[in-house]
Design a protein around this ligand. Structure first.
Ligand code: WTA
Length: 665
């Protein structure tokens, strides 16, 4: 194992992966499932024969174009791609209107379940009226084609309506997860120069209203000159501060707007959205996606990987719209495919730990897509909880966001899937826009813990340090070797950073940042990040960003952050800090320092970035060139024997840290 793991300074090797190599359980699809499946094995050969024309066929079949395209892929300005560039379409028309025009207006698009148990269902015809009204209201507020809109909302139908209304008028949206702080929101608004911010008074989290509008007010006080209006949905009826002239209630301007609106015809390469994600530096990257290629791959993967039958399935993806999974597999993929889906506002354990399974039973959910961290949490709570509900409607289960360990995979299939359902482990990223590597449920004999094969139309490989493909059985870095329709078109406002981040490590290949292994059958196993990005509960967090947040506190002189293996969340944030002498923190207890700094990180970035543990140390281990050796700190955080420390400038540092940690706080 060690000889094949990429040997970077910060290379990851999540615990428990050794046993992957002895994983030999196989779950071929049942003959009944295979016979009715959307995708067949011949797709692979068809796509490999002529990749661009395969995607062109998908684009024509799955989308409605107002002006058909004649061009497919243009890779002449690599790594900047265009797909279907002379075609025109509208994403909201594809997600909503065409279903109504084709007689599917009465089909439920969204079953909304509030955390407190309130519920609402919107048909495609309802959605068309709501999206049209919102589009008219946004236009009246001065938002035009090309202007950016920031969205900071709970998972309520208005959030989906807002995204689609933006798409309808060609205003790229930038959704900021509601768990991010005012600080994080402000920097994203500034970077995208958003003209409108759409928010809510609050949403329900863990049984109580949780305010959002105050964070918007605070963000705007930091100086966001581009913002003209803040549009506020009333959800929790909390008191909100109000800036006359700037703030507008949704029910005042959207409810009264006309429900007739003509979608704007847009180029296939018109930007659809920007979504910020953590990178290896402190500054989040605005990943941007365009329209035609993104929608093609969103619809194609949603249809084939989940075997969607739009007339009969009830689909539920548990992601929030603040993440890419919520963009592609809550909003665009399912709606373009005319699916009926569930969206749920709250947490899995409110008001009780069977809440998700109660929702599956209530709506007869047939396809469920969630994250390994959620599955492991449910395992911990015990299988007697899901056993109290009727889960027999489920027929396909999906996993995304981080490597799923074989035991969690097996539990998911057995306890949730009744030992019947295929489980698809789907690998992809914010940057890839849509699923890239995954079994096909009617075709692939699944292996617990492996994403296995690139989808038909996708080309991926595992390479060594010199960019040579590794043989079967070898390990290295995951790369994508051919452009794909839903690939990011760049980093908003920073084309150089796009080239550097993804295309410079292995010239001509897209470097995903993940370590991977090929087994003896050539199937791919993802091993986690090999850069300074952590994956906590399937959410990407940057070590550097949290370090910058820590050192912005007056007590802290220096900080180093690592992702330590955690049984439930995959990784957990562990921070090592050196306190500034005489700055106030030095005479506090370890607990007081920890509480103060954890809250500070929550304020700077958001509660999801709070370190699980903060350890006060006298020194940090550094190489002679001054680079922090996070690998050694991770050994400490994971209670392991500290590894090879010979490249340390001062080899006694690790002893000092170990001694310091054994002292009482
Ligand atoms: C990780 C989420 C293993 C990976 C869609 C990737 C996975 C990062 C899987 C992207 C999987 C996602 N198996 N690892 N099935 N899916 N990852 O941008 O490290 O939030 O690079 O996109 O999550 O996270 P992002």
């Amino acid at each position: 194992m060690t000889d094949t793991t990429p040997a970077t300074e910060s290379s990851e090797k999540p615990a428990g992966l050794e046993n992957l190599l002895s994983e030999d359980r196989r779950f071929p699809p049942s003959p009944e499932f295979a016979a009715q499946a959307n995708a067949h094995g011949d797709l692979y050969a068809w796509a490999a024969a002529d990749r661009p024309s395969f995607w062109a066929d998908q684009a024509r079949e799955l989308l409605t174009w107002s002006t058909p395209f004649t061009q497919t892929l243009d890779w002449s300005k690599a790594p900047f791609a265009t797909w279907f560039a002379d075609g025109k379409l509208n994403a909201a028309y594809n997600a909503v209107d065409r279903h109504v025009e084709e007689g599917r207006g009465d089909r439920v698009a969204l079953h909304f379940e509030g955390e407190g148990g309130d519920s609402r269902s919107l048909t495609y015809a309802d959605l068309q009226r709501e999206v049209s009204k919102a589009a008219n209201a946004f236009t009246a507020l001065g938002v035009g084609t090309g202007d950016r809109v920031a969205i900071y909302m709970p998972l309520v139908p208005e959030a989906v309506v807002t995204m689609l209304a933006c798409a309808r008028i060609g205003a790229p949206h930038s959704v900021v997860f509601g768990g991010f702080s005012a600080e994080a929101l402000a920097s994203r608004i500034v970077d995208a120069e958003a003209k409108l911010v759409v928010t809510a008074d609050g949403g329900y989290r863990r049984g109580a209203p949780s305010a959002l509008k105050p964070a918007v007010d605070e963000a705007l006080e930091k100086g966001t000159p581009s913002v003209e209006h803040v549009l506020v949905v009333r959800r929790t009826e909390q008191d909100v501060a109000w800036t006359e002239g700037r703030d507008v209630w949704w029910h005042d301007v959207v409810d009264s707007a006309s429900d007739q609106h003509t979608p704007v015809e847009l180029d296939a390469e018109h930007p659809l959205f920007i979504l910020y994600t953590s990178g290896t530096t402190g500054k989040p990257k605005g990943i941007f996606h365009t329209t035609g290629g993104y929608l093609t791959q969103a619809a194609y993967t949603h249809r084939n990987v989940f075997d969607l039958k739009a007339e009969s399935d009830v689909y539920w993806c548990t992601a929030d719209i603040g993440w890419i999974t919520g963009h592609t597999y809550v909003v665009y993929g399912p709606l373009v495919n005319g699916a009926t889906q569930v969206i749920y506002e709250g947490t899995p354990d409110t008001p009780h730990r069977g809440r998700w399974w109660e929702i599956v039973q209530k709506y007869q959910v047939s396809i469920l897509y969630t994250a390994p961290t959620a599955i492991r949490t449910c395992m911990k709570w015990g299988e007697e909880i899901p056993a109290q509900f009727d889960l027999s409607s489920l027929r396909v289960l999906g996993s995304v966001g981080e490597p799923i360990n074989p035991e969690a995979w097996m539990w998911y299939r057995r306890v949730i899937g009744g030992d019947r359902t295929p489980v698809v482990d789907t690998w992809w990223q914010t940057e890839t826009g849509a699923i890239m590597i995954s079994p096909l449920p009617g075709v692939t004999a699944a292996k617990p813990g492996s994403a296995q094969v690139p989808l038909p139309g996708i080309a991926a490989d595992v390479v060594d340090d010199e960019a040579h493909p590794v043989p079967d059985g070898g390990g290295g870095y995951l790369v994508l070797t051919e452009p794909w329709p839903s690939m990011l078109r760049g980093i908003w406002g920073d084309p150089e950073r796009y080239k550097d981040t993804y295309w410079s490590r292995f010239p001509g290949l897209y470097f995903a940042g993940d370590g991977a292994k090929k087994d003896d059958d050539g199937d791919i196993w993802l091993l986690g990040r090999v850069d300074d990005v952590m994956n906590v509960s399937g959410h990407r967090l940057s070590t550097t960003e949290i370090e910058s947040a820590l050192v912005s506190h007056p007590w802290v002189a220096e900080a180093a952050v690592v992702g330590a293996t955690d049984e439930t969340t995959g990784q957990a944030v562990v921070a090592f800090v050196i306190l500034r002498g005489g700055a106030g923190g030095a005479d506090k207890s370890g607990d007081e320092v920890q509480t103060e700094l954890r809250n500070h990180v929550a304020k700077e970035i958001g509660p999801i970035a709070k370190p699980r543990q903060i350890l006060v140390v006298q020194e940090l281990p550094k190489t002679r060139s001054g680079k922090i050796m996070r690998r050694l700190l991770r050994d400490v955080a994971e209670h392991r024997q500290v590894g090879d420390a010979t490249t340390l400038a001062d080899s006694s540092v690790m002893d000092l840290i170990a001694q310091g940690l054994s002292k009482p706080a």
